[in-house]
Design a protein around this ligand. Structure first.
Ligand SMILES: Cc1cc2nc3c(=O)[nH]c(=O)nc-3n(C[C@H](O)[C@H](O)[C@H](O)COP(=O)(O)O)c2cc1C
Length: 200
C-alpha cells in the first residue's frame, strides 16, 4: 500500500492583506538550503487547490482554484528530498509516488534544482472528456489556464508567508512525464519551486 503522509490542517487564519500580497508577489530565484516544515507544505498545497467546500451528494467539491466546468483537471505533485508525492485534496494528505528525489528534473535551469520543494502541475485530460470530447487543443488550452490559477494561488500565499517562489516553463516535460510514470492522458503543464526566503 502507498505511504500516506497526513498533512496538518492548513492555517487559514493567516492574517495578511490580500492587496499587500498582490503588491509583493514576485518571482524569486534564491532560497535557504533548508527543507520546508510540513505545516508550510500543508499551507502551500491547500492554497494551491485545496477544498473550500465539500461536495454534497452527487455535487463535486469546490477548490481554491477555479476550473472549466469544475473539471478540476490539475493534480499537484510535490517533489522533495524525500521523494515524489501526489497531493490528495480530499484527505489533505500526501501520497507517495516515488522514493527517489527527482528535483534535478524540476526545471532545466540548474539553480532551480536546489529548491527544497518542487511543485509539478499535471492536468488529467480524462477529467475533461465529458465537456470537450476529443478536442485535445481545447483541453490543452484549459489545462494551461487551470495550472495558471493554481500557480497564482501559490504565488500569493508565498508573498504572504514570506517564501520565495518562481513558476517554471523551462521544463523537460517529456522527461518528467516518463520519470513520474504518468499515463498518456496526464500532461505535465509546468512546475513551480518554493523555498525559504534568505531574509527570513
Ligand atoms: C508560464 C510562465 C513560465 C515561466 N517560466 C520561467 C522559467 O522557466 N524560469 C524562470 O526563471 N522564470 C520563469 N517565469 C517567471 C517569469 O520570468 C516572471 O514571472 C516574469 O519575469 C515577471 O516577474 P514577476 O513574476 O516577479 O512579476 C515564468 C512565468 C510564467 C508565467
Amino acid at each position: 500500500m502507498a505511504e500516506i503522509i497526513q498533512l496538518p490542517a492548513p492555517q487559514k487564519d493567516l492574517d495578511f492583506p490580500l492587496m499587500q500580497a498582490l503588491q509583493e508577489r514576485r518571482s524569486k530565484r534564491v532560497w535557504k538550503d533548508e527543507a520546508l516544515p510540513l505545516q508550510e507544505i500543508s499551507n502551500i498545497l491547500w492554497a494551491a487547490c485545496g477544498i473550500t467546500r465539500e461536495g454534497k451528494y452527487a455535487a463535486k467539491s469546490k477548490r481554491t482554484a477555479p476550473s472549466a466546468c469544475n473539471s478540476q483537471s490539475i493534480d499537484v505533485y510535490a517533489a522533495t528530498k524525500e521523494g515524489l508525492f501526489r497531493y490528495d485534496e480530499k484527505g489533505h494528505q500526501l501520497i507517495r509516488v516515488l522514493a527517489e528525489d527527482i528535483r534535478e528534473h524540476i526545471g532545466t535551469q540548474k539553480r532551480m534544482q536546489s529548491a527544497p520543494l518542487g511543485l509539478i502541475y499535471v492536468s488529467d485530460h480524462s477529467r475533461m472528456i465529458m465537456y470537450f470530447g476529443k478536442d485535445e487543443d481545447k483541453k490543452m488550452f484549459f489545462s494551461g489556464t487551470h495550472a495558471g490559477y493554481v500557480s497564482q494561488n501559490v504565488y500569493l500565499y508565498c508573498a504572504a508567508a514570506k517564501l520565495n517562489t518562481v513558476v517554471l516553463g523551462l521544463v523537460d516535460r517529456d522527461k518528467l512525464h516518463s520519470i513520474m510514470n504518468l499515463k498518456d492522458h496526464e500532461k505535465v503543464i509546468f512546475t513551480q519551486v518554493v523555498g525559504k526566503s534568505i531574509d527570513k
